[in-house]
Design a protein. Structure first.
Ligand SMILES: NC(=O)c1ccc[n+]([C@@H]2O[C@H](COP(=O)([O-])OP(=O)(O)OC[C@H]3O[C@@H](n4cnc5c(N)ncnc54)[C@H](OP(=O)(O)O)[C@@H]3O)[C@@H](O)[C@H]2O)c1
Length: 288
């Protein structure tokens, strides 16, 4: 019996794949581009190309019992295609789905992730929507290049206190829900072990990297333009992310703090920076 991880070498999917492998489980990676974590069997799977949806189920000797569903960032909504994929997966014996959502996404919203979530629910499948808060790992994915090249990172969040979660901790929760005999819940919010501001993260980076790292607060327009030009995101998508940051600044993530229904990750920002320190060295190639 195998686990299918969709989304190729995504941040969270790569961690889940490795944890499953470490737990002696068979893992197949579904990948659009062929960029997959090293050492894993993979198959072509592109949410925008329905002709690839049978591929994981045609692999000789492979019987997939559980699937991790990743909807990539972006402005194309692949949810109708993913519903088709879910039907195919169920017909081929898949018993459980783990969907990556977000702390602020609701099941009844008009986003692609919510549409897939509702579909899993309406079909009464065995599924869980993981709802992590803002990732600590954004400091590499979104801000790594700025920190390496300019010793600064930009945001529109002067006030936000965020229970930042590490991707490693999200992966651990996903591993458990995959391996449990039965999950009691169909959605699970996941937050980090502490509330931190971006100024505090700048101080932690400064101390651990041994050079002054500055958190620069800019206007929403400036940040959208910056994300778009520096990360290559479509402007509309960059604006969407910046709008999400504005919600975070207004307290959208702080409000989850102390809710007894959360799972709290363990890794602090300090521990995460220590673990990823080499990726912030000027000239290093990791992350963005
Ligand atoms: N960052 C945060 O703070 C945060 C917080 C809460 C929730 N989230 C959610 O987390 C998700 C992102 O997770 P992540 O960071 O682990 O992902 P990620 O590292 O951004 O990876 C996205 C993956 O999507 C794949 N992909 C792109 N287009 C595809 C397509 N048409 N078909 C199949 N795969 C495709 C890419 O594969 P290729 O390399 O093959 O192109 C890439 O590996 C988003 O849904 C976001 O809403 C993020």
């Amino acid at each position: 019996m195998s686990f299918l991880i969709t989304g190729g070498a995504s941040q969270v999917g790569s961690v889940i794949a490795q944890l499953l492998k470490d737990a002696h489980q068979d893992v197949i990676i579904g990948s659009r581009s062929g960029r997959v974590p090293e050492g894993f069997q993979s198959t072509k799977l592109d949410w925008l190309d329905a002709s690839t949806f049978q591929n994981p189920f045609k692999l000789p000797g492979v019987e997939i019992k559980s699937v991790y569903l990743l909807l990539p960032y972006g402005y194309v909504d692949p949810s109708e295609n993913i519903k088709q994929f879910i039907d195919i997966a169920v017909r081929n014996g898949v018993k459980r789905f783990v969907l990556l959502s977000g702390s602020g996404h609701e099941k009844d919203a008009d986003f692609g992730i919510s549409k897939v979530w509702r579909y899993l629910d309406e079909r009464k499948l065995d599924y869980i929507a993981l709802r992590p808060t803002w990732f600590i790992d954004n400091f590499l994915e979104f801000h790594g290049k700025d920190i390496r090249e300019h010793d600064e990172f930009k945001s529109v969040m002067p006030n936000a206190k965020i229970p930042l979660i590490s991707v490693a901790d999200i992966g651990q929760v996903a591993l458990n829900v995959f391996l449990n005999d039965k999950n009691e819940r169909t959605d699970q919010r996941i937050i980090g072990p502490e509330l931190v501001t971006y100024d505090q993260v700048a101080d932690i980076l400064t101390e651990i990297l041994g050079r002054r790292i500055t958190h620069k607060v800019v206007t929403p327009e400036e940040l959208s333009d910056h994300y778009s030009s520096s990360l290559g995101w479509p402007l509309q998508y960059a604006q969407f992310v910046v709008q999400a940051e504005q919600y975070v600044n207004a307290g959208s993530e702080e409000r989850w703090w102390g809710n007894p229904e959360n799972i709290n990750g363990q890794e602090t920002v300090r521990e995460w920076v220590e673990r990823n320190k080499s990726n912030f060295a000027p000239g290093s190639k990791a992350g963005n």
